[in-house]
Design a binder for this molecule. Structure first.
Ligand code: PEP
Length: 251
């Protein structure tokens, strides 16, 4: 049985007070049985939110990024060593907003992934195509090539620690969700590509999340698909009542 995961990405939103309230509400609701809930928290709130969720079964915290070096003269950056020293277990890497606005390449993301894994952090690794590629019909090869140029170069032992998030860029923050069929098609292709590189047994173990305008109304339909093991959720993770419905979207 693959791990079912409801991951929230708070991005650059909310004050400390609002973040504390949100975390407390999610802890009070509890992660549903068999579901791992991961909160993608801004750096400055990580320690506080991690303390709030510690002791809440099935709720963990993720950083939204990390630097590829373990330490050094990189003013303003945050290392995986700093994150692990706070007891943070997960880190989101390769989000399309990082790829687009901060020019993060596949090669850089492979380097970040290697550094995170070496420090014992578990990456939630994002991939996904822009609208023009989807319209051209090249979306599957585009996404598989992103993976080939990055995490498919890991050892099998490292690769199996990853969570993958497929996030079509045209569906992120737009209100336009990939249909469950579109999500399932891509997830099955990703899983088949993993099987080609690492073998079927490992491919069956990897959780592949869908991200892109997941909300309380569409989560159940998406999560019901055979290869959709949960969601990476932006906007709908900022309100506890909505995100709790997403967390409960598994059959
Ligand atoms: C995201 O931030 O990864 C995301 C999918 O955002 P949204 O759910 O708002 O589209």
């Amino acid at each position: 049985m693959r791990q079912k995961i409801a991951a929230g990405n708070w991005k650059m939103n909310n004050t400390l007070e609002e973040s504390i309230a949100l975390a407390n509400e999610l802890v009070a609701a509890g992660s549903p049985e068999g579901v791992l809930t991961i909160l993608g928290v801004p750096y400055v709130y990580l320690d506080k939110i991690n303390q709030i969720v510690s002791g809440a079964p099935g709720i963990e915290v993720a950083a939204q990024n990390a630097h590829q070096a373990l330490s050094g003269a990189f003013t303003g950056e945050i290392s995986v060593k700093m994150l692990s020293s706070l007891g943070i277990k997960y880190v989101i890497l390769g989000h399309s907003e990082r790829r687009e606005y901060f020019a993060e390449s596949d090669a850089l993301l492979l380097s970040k992934t290697n550094t995170a894994l070496a420090e014992g952090l578990l990456p939630i690794f994002c991939c996904g195509e822009p609208l023009a590629i989807r319209k051209s019909g090249e979306h599957i090869s585009y996404v598989i090539n992103q993976l080939k140029a990055s995490i498919f170069q890991l050892s099998a032992e490292d690769f199996k620690k990853l969570i993958i998030a497929y996030e079509p860029i045209w569906a992120i923050g737009t209100g336009e969700t990939a249909s469950p069929e579109q999500a399932q098609e891509m997830h099955a292709e990703i899983r088949a590509a993993i099987a080609d590189v690492f073998g079927d047994e490992l491919a069956q173990e990897i959780s592949i999340l869908y991200g892109g305008s997941v909300n309380a109304a569409n989560a159940k339909d998406l999560f019901a698909r055979a290869d959709v093991d949960g969601g990476l959720v932006g906007g709908a993770s900022l309100k506890s009542d909505v995100f709790i419905q997403v967390m409960n979207g598994f059959q």
